[in-house]
Design a protein around this ligand. Structure first.
Ligand code: FAD
Length: 387
């Protein structure tokens, strides 16, 4: 790789948080190079990764507004006014997120939002994306990163001045920071996994269920949720234990899937024409919480988003919090100008407690969503609150 220009800031990972961070940094005048393991999703027909759509809430909207992107994001959104609870007998009840019209969250396609951020970052003329480049090593002694080309396997090196780890929950930058620090690094598996399924549009091209809601089938130890898409389909996610009597391990044949859905989710069966195919062909995604410290290394490196604090998805806040991290970094740059140790340290400090708090709340919310969302006391308590 020929790098004649020494970039001011190097990012590893061009996902949601990486692409928005690159844009925000470019808007502050930085030259940014982003190394992304995967192919360019704008050109290749690749899945956007885990979870096809996501809930975008106020925490994530604010940084998008600061980047001047919200007008372009709006057409990508489907409003969700509350949780639509599906009982086993087929009855449905809507629990609004709030009493006022603006108290809603939004469903957005991960791929569409990521592509928008990539385009906007590139349009600044200050951001270069290098795709198919997997960071395999970060060396703080020589300020180099090692990159492996995802298709050819060829290895190259490039230098950096400052590096941001926006490379998600299995972050290579986090690994390097912790090799150089007294580290605290814990990956807590949830013991539950997820499987994505699809409710396609009806034959007349409409939504098959109420579109303006986050649908939940709470069933105690497991649950199904569904978020609307702009093409009038729903992305459905089954969350269930890995092992045990009702689990991904035990439900291992078509007849078991059939009787499981007939017993627990009878109203969903006619809406899921490709249930068997999707259940057995789609990957089972594992869920874990990543807690680590420190999030930065001197004036050289900082972790943002899932690289610093991957959380389970039951508050729909992982991306939202990652976007907040990116905006916090910009605020610290504005405050400390060129004192990069202070910028990185204060960004990490400002976000650390929030990261741990939302990680705990996300686990608690899983228990609430699958166990108690149908409990009348819970409904009363939650009727005025957001996701
Ligand atoms: P990622 O999205 O993981 O992006 C990391 C990027 O880095 C990827 O593009 C990857 O290819 C690249 N990369 C990784 N390793 C390397 C490497 N070594 N070298 C180069 N590139 C690398 N959040 C919400 O806010 N709302 C939701 O509703 C929501 N729902 C979710 C549902 C599910 C089922 C799951 C699993 C998560 C959900 N989340 C949700 C969480 C959200 O997906 C993450 O918090 C968000 O994707 C984090 O963005 P990120 O850019 O930090 O990491």
């Amino acid at each position: 790789m020929n790098n004649n220009i020494t970039p001011s800031i190097t990012l590893v990972g061009g996902g949601l948080v990486g692409s928005l961070s690159a844009l925000l940094l470019a808007q502050r005048g930085f030259q940014v190079d982003v190394y992304e393991r995967r192919a360019d999703m704008r050109l290749a027909d690749i899945s956007a990764g885990r979870s096809i759509n996501l809930a975008l809430a106020n925490r994530g909207i604010f940084p998008l507004q600061q980047a001047g992107l919200m007008e372009q994001v709006k057409p990508l959104l489907t409003e969700m006014k509350g949780r639509m609870i599906h009982d086993t007998n087929g009855d449905c009840h809507l629990h609004p997120y709030g009493q006022k019209a603006h108290e809603v969250i939004y469903s957005v396609s991960r791929g569409d939002l990521n592509k928008l951020c990539l385009d906007a970052a590139e349009a600044t003329g200050k951001v270069r994306f290098f795709f198919n480049q997997r960071c395999t090593k970060v060396d703080f002694a020589t300020n180099t990163i090692e990159l492996e080309h995802s298709e050819t396997g060829s290895i190259s090196e490039t230098t950096f001045t400052r590096i941001l780890g926006t490379d998600g929950s299995a972050s290579a930058v986090r690994e390097a920071i912790h090799q150089n620090t007294s580290n605290y690094h814990k990956i807590e598996p949830l013991g539950h996994s997820y499987k994505e399924l699809t409710i396609p549009p009806s034959t007349n091209g409409d939504f098959q269920m109420e579109p303006y809601a986050l649908h939940i089938w709470p069933r105690g130890g497991f649950m199904v949720i569904a978020l609307p898409n702009r093409d009038k389909s729903f992305t459905v996610t089954l969350f269930m234990p890995n092992t045990g009597p009702v689990s991904f391990e035990s439900i291992d044949s078509e007849s078991k899937v059939k009787s499981f859905f007939e017993k627990e989710f009878p109203d969903a069966i006619p809406l899921l024409p490709n249930l068997m195919e999707e259940f057995f062909q789609n990957p089972t995604g594992h869920l874990a919480t990543v807690r680590c410290s420190p999030w930065h290394y001197k004036d050289r490196a900082l972790l943002l988003g899932d690289a610093a604090h991957a959380i389970v998805p039951f508050h729909g806040q992982g991306m939202n919090c990652g976007f907040e991290d990116a905006w916090e970094l910009i605020e610290q740059i504005d405050k400390h100008e060129n004192d990069w140790e202070a910028i990185f340290k204060d960004t990490a400090e400002a976000r650390f407690d929030n990261g741990n708090a939302i990680a705990d709340m996300a686990i608690e919310n899983y228990i609430e969503m699958r166990d108690s969302v149908n409990d009348p006391v819970f409904i009363l308590k939650k009727s005025l609150s957001f996701e």
